[in-house]
Ligand binder design. Structure first.
Ligand SMILES: Nc1nc2c(ncn2[C@@H]2O[C@H](COP(=O)(O)OP(=O)(O)OP(=O)(O)O)[C@@H](O)[C@H]2O)c(=O)[nH]1
Ligand SMILES: [Mg+2]
Length: 349
């Protein structure tokens, strides 16, 4: 079945956004891409097909006078929502404009985190072919840097701040160029990817991210400290022992990531249970509106209990469905564990 992807591309003018998009859609070489005009506001390109994905690139003009337009109340939500992939492009050969690139990076990523918290975020440190250029690591340092230095760019609302910080921690930086990966002396180079290859790699990673990374906690490992994840996991081991569950999960309600889990990979991948885990946040959102209580589902011989811990996280545990259980007692013991999980989260940020 065909799946549609919205790929939002932003960054300062002349960074190479339109060149990158045209290269991947039409398979063009650097020579064919000369003489590009600056993009005016938002240009939606013809669909690009990759495997079962139909990708729609939203290309934004990066001239300063256009930036504010993207954040007008009537435009902001439609531009930033439903994005599957967010690509921020910077010219690695132009340090003079990196200050502006940094400011605009934070403005855009905070809207992506707000309107598309599940999006897959990447930065392209572009034009790596230039004689003088900064490598991808350095670009990451300049745009993001240590937490003390980016506080001023974060939204005031605490919940939104956390969301932006989580998204930033998940960013991958690619060194890219529209040129073939051959240096001036004719040698093949490994420190950049041609931008069309980089885009394909990002789309393929996105596929894995949806199918596996979200479910197996890969994204959470980028966001939370290891010690915190270990203590959360050992608490879940206690939960399973005490409730006789086959497995339990703590997940991020906003982005649907698994934060910690005691299920084995084979128990969740490509199963209905796995599907319920990735959609638990949505299920809760629907059901909790008028009924802020645990939800109990039966599927594949399992009895699954889903319950919110707080605004950010939810808890899920599964039991063999054939065993009788005392619902009142179960709810009581679950409550006790939810309080402990909530305590652990209070100490993480
Ligand atoms: N050396 C080099 N030049 C590039 C590369 N990619 C793009 N360019 C050049 O950079 C200039 C700007 O490219 P565009 O694709 O128009 O940049 P843009 O980010 O879309 O700019 P706006 O639409 O104004 O925001 C053009 O002259 C391109 O040929 C690259 O990888 N290496
Ligand atoms: Mg452009």
């Amino acid at each position: 079945m065909e799946e549609r992807l919205k790929i939002l591309v932003m960054g300062p003018t002349s960074a190479g956004k339109t060149s990158i998009i045209l290269q991947v859609i039409y398979g063009l070489n650097a020579k064919d891409l000369a003489g590009m005009e600056p993009t005016m506001l938002i240009k939606v390109h013809p669909d690009f097909r990759h495997g079962s994905y139909l990708c729609k690139f939203f290309d934004t003009g990066g001239q300063e006078r256009m930036f504010d337009e993207y954040y007008r109340p009537e435009r902001e939500e439609s531009l930033f929502s439903k994005a599957n992939i967010f690509i921020y492009v910077v010219d690695s050969g132009d340090p003079s404009r990196l200050r502006l690139a940094r400011k605009e990076f934070w403005r855009s990523i905070s809207r992506v985190a707000k309107y598309s918290p599940q999006a897959f975020p990447v930065i392209f440190a572009h034009k790596q072919d230039l004689k003088v250029h900064l490598p991808p690591d350095e670009i990451r340092n300049i745009l993001i840097g240590p937490a003390e230095l980016y506080q001023e760019y974060l939204p005031e609302d605490l919940q939104e701040r956390r969301r932006v910080e989580k998204m930033v921690k998940r960013i991958t930086v690619y060194g890219t160029s529209i040129m073939d990966r051959v240096s001036a002396t004719g040698e093949r180079v490994d420190y950049w990817k041609r931008s069309d290859e980089a885009i394909i790699e990002v789309i393929d990673k996105y596929k894995r991210f949806l199918k596996e990374d979200i479910l197996l906690g890969v994204e959470a490992r980028k966001v939370y400290p290891e010690k915190f994840l270990n203590s959360l996991t050992s608490l879940l081991v206690d939960v399973d022992r005490s409730l006789s569950s086959v497995g339990s999960v703590v997940l991020d309600k906003v982005s649907s990531f698994v934060i910690a889990s005691t299920f084995k990979e084979s128990e969740v991948k490509d199963t209905l249970l796995g599907n319920i885990i990735t959609h638990a946040a949505l299920i809760l959102e629907e059901r909790e509106k008028g009924f802020p209580d645990a939800i109990i589902l039966r599927t594949e011989g399992l009895l699954i209990l889903v319950k919110s811990v707080n605004k950010e996280v939810a808890f899920l545990t599964a039991f063999p469905g054939n065993k009788p259980f005392d619902e009142v007692k179960l709810r009581k013991s679950v409550e006790k564990f939810l309080e402990k999980i909530s305590e652990i989260f209070k100490n993480v940020s």
